[in-house]
Design a protein around this ligand. Structure first.
Ligand code: GTP
Ligand code: MG
Length: 313
């Protein structure tokens, strides 16, 4: 039996590299105490919290920008959230996802509505765009303009040159409601090095840090595809916080991004499933809730009007 397992492990390593972190002796045992004190709330509670959230400070929509390497699963995250929120006992896939044979699927800066169970549009706009890293990816200047609200949804991203201010999708005078209120880097947990290692990544993130420092926009990391880190996670994602190999990757990504570890969120999207999985829905809704809360905190901090004039005197 052990021999068979070793052979299967070697075949898996040859096919996928060492992404499962499971050596010849099989995966290390799960930790008895989870590395994160994550509250697996009931789906109904989360659905209620997310579906009824309101944007603070009179802002109409909470805007969240997804950034990340091509095929890291940005669009899949949107689709998984759409499935969890609609809660129709079927997997929804409103947007096209990456196919191994093609290049970046999402080539425009775009947002799409997320519907609640009662067909209400959530006041959350998740903006998807072209991959960050690839040669034909989005430029850092375009990212800055997106964050500052200068680009209108539907813009066909040009990887060679950033948007010009006479373009029909260029917004000259963005209001606070047009800006991004939360930034989410989507990383492929299976191979974070592809996104985060190497000179190109170091340069991109150095530029991004410079760009973001004065803006104070909350930044989160979504570690997608955690189901691929350990074979048993593809069956039961709820073990994610008891896996040492997952924790190791989280720490490494948090260090690289210079963000607190709590800003790194695990995610496993629907990719081959034909029917919904309760734990995946809960993870998606929990992550949506973090995005909403961080975005709302930011909006509240920025709305200086809500602070009485004498407060800082
Ligand atoms: N195993 C697994 N596969 C995933 C997961 N999320 C996405 N995928 C797969 O990864 C591939 C890329 O997903 P996309 O959502 O298209 O990635 P993207 O970041 O939007 O890619 P671009 O639009 O090209 O920038 C697809 O084949 C998905 O099915 C996940 O959590 N687990
Ligand atoms: Mg995409």
């Amino acid at each position: 039996m052990n021999m068979l397992r070793r052979i299967l492990n070697r075949v898996a390593k040859l096919m996928y590299g060492s992404h499962t972190d499971e050596g010849d002796e099989g995966p290390p045992p799960l930790m008895s105490i989870p590395w994160r004190n994550f509250e697996w709330k009931g789906k109904e509670v989360l659905l209620q919290e997310v579906s009824t959230f309101q944007v603070k400070g009179g802002v109409k929509y909470l805007n969240c920008l997804l950034l990340g390497q091509s095929a890291s699963g940005k669009t899949s995250f949107f689709n998984t959230c759409a499935t969890a929120l609609k809660d129709e006992n079927r997997v929804l896939a409103p947007l096209s996802v990456y196919k191994p044979s093609g290049s970046s699927v999402t080539s425009t800066f775009e947002t799409h509505p997320l519907y609640t169970k009662s067909d209400k549009i959530l006041p959350l706009r998740i903006f998807d765009c072209r991959g960050l890293h690839n040669a034909d990816g989005v430029t850092t200047e375009d990212v800055r303009l997106m964050i500052e609200g200068h680009i209108i949804s539907g813009y066909q991203i040009n990887p060679c040159v950033h948007i010009q201010n006479n373009h029909a999708n260029y917004r000259k005078n963005p209001q606070f409601g047009d800006k991004m209120h939360c930034l989410v880097y989507v990383v492929n947990a299976d191979n974070p090095n592809a996104a985060l290692a190497g000179e190109k990544a170091i340069e991109i993130f150095a530029n991004m840090r410079k760009l973001l420092a004065p803006l104070n926009v909350p930044q989160l990391v979504l570690m997608n595809k955690v189901d691929r880190l350990r074979a048993s996670l593809s069956e039961d994602i709820s073990q994610v916080f008891r896996s040492e190999e997952v924790h190791r990757k989280f720490r490494a990504v948090a260090d690289f991004m210079e963000l607190p570890e709590m800003n790194v969120l695990p995610m496993s999207n629907y990719h081959k499933e034909t029917s919904p999985d309760l734990k995946k829905d809960i993870l998606a809704l929990s992550n949506l809730k973090v995005i909403i809360d961080r975005g709302n905190d930011f909006i509240q901090r920025q709305q200086k009007n809500s602070t009485p004039d004498d407060f800082f005197n």
